[in-house]
Design a protein around this ligand. Structure first.
Ligand SMILES: C[S@@+](CC[C@H](N)C(=O)[O-])C[C@H]1O[C@@H](n2cnc3c(N)ncnc32)[C@H](O)[C@@H]1O
Length: 276
């Protein structure tokens, strides 16, 4: 997992977690996709780009909204994530989603092509987010809307802080662009606003919603860590130490489990703007 190139690290981690990514403990991903499409309310017959689609939760919700005359393009760097989406497309017989392995920072589409560009929990993986966003605007029609989602400051706390501290005790220090650290880059809604403004977008809106729920217990918290970007950090723990790490970490999470279970805070910012 010690790849110097952030893109390579992303591919390694997400190819690894693809099989478990749709785990019930991570249901905030489809919940958020539904909210995103409900907020956007894309018109039937329009063209939509879903950047960093993963297993396609946004693309699938969007495909339904734009209807048979509309088209959804779904891109990601991790082929195994796209394979999961392809399985769903076949299983449900969805006719209007196209998939491509493509870097969010180097889009290969015509300019002024899409009516909407969306990216749910992906923009913070990109080393130069402003440059990437300008690239997204290039392929968006004038008057088209770009919307991304990011995690707020409270998301996954207090468990995430305990996880990071425990990792450090096991000698794992993350580079700034690791999947876990990346998620905090746009935790400040002002930063989201700034990013959209610097790209020249208009009608900028950043809305925050709480999409959290109760996990059954600490074992489901482990499912969250194991099946998402945080897996990259777990893989850095020497294999002989991993079981001990898990035991120690879940023991410190256990006291947080209340009568209803373990609260998973999923504070999300929906950040969007319109291309002039
Ligand atoms: C946390 S997942 C989010 C997936 C999906 N949008 C969702 O909401 O469930 C992040 C995704 O971003 C993808 N990703 C990260 N960097 C990328 C890049 N430079 N280009 C394309 N995809 C990227 C990863 O492969 C992964 O599938």
């Amino acid at each position: 997992m010690n790849q110097p190139d952030p893109r390579e690290r992303v591919i390694q981690v997400f190819d690894l977690v693809a099989a478990g990514y749709d785990d019930a403990a991570l249901r905030f991903f489809p919940f958020c996709a539904d909210r995103l499409i409900a907020r956007l309310n894309p018109a039937p017959g329009t063209k939509l780009l879903d950047i960093a689609t993963g297993t396609g939760v946004v693309a699938l919700a969007a495909a339904q909204a734009v209807g048979a005359q509309g088209r959804v393009m779904a891109i990601d760097l991790a082929g195994a994530m796209l394979d999961r989406l392809q399985e769903k497309i076949v299983k449900f017989g969805i006719p209007n989603i196209d998939l491509h392995v493509m870097d969010a920072a180097a889009l290969d589409f015509r300019r002024d092509y899409f009516d909407y560009v969306l990216c749910s929990f992906g923009i913070f993986f990109l080393s130069d987010m402003s440059a990437a966003l300008r690239g997204w605007l290039r392929v968006l029609k004038p008057g088209g809307r770009v919307v991304f989602t990011t995690f707020g400051k409270r998301a996954f706390q207090p468990m995430m802080e305990l996880f990071v501290q425990r990792l450090q005790r096991h000698g794992v220090l993350s580079p700034d662009d690791s999947p876990t650290t990346a998620g905090t880059r746009l935790a400040d809604p002002g930063r989201c606003r700034e990013l959209l403004g610097s790209a020249g977008l208009r009608q900028i809106e950043v809305k925050t919603e709480q999409l959290g729920y109760h996990l059954k217990d600490e074992s489901q918290w482990w499912d969250v860590l194991w099946n998402s970007g945080t897996r990259g950090w777990i893989e850095q723990i020497p294999p002989a130490q991993r079981e001990l790490f898990k035991t120690e970490h879940l023991a410190e999470i256990h006291p947080l489990v209340g009568e209803q279970g373990l609260w998973l805070d999923v504070e999300v910012h929906f950040a969007g703007g319109t291309k002039p």
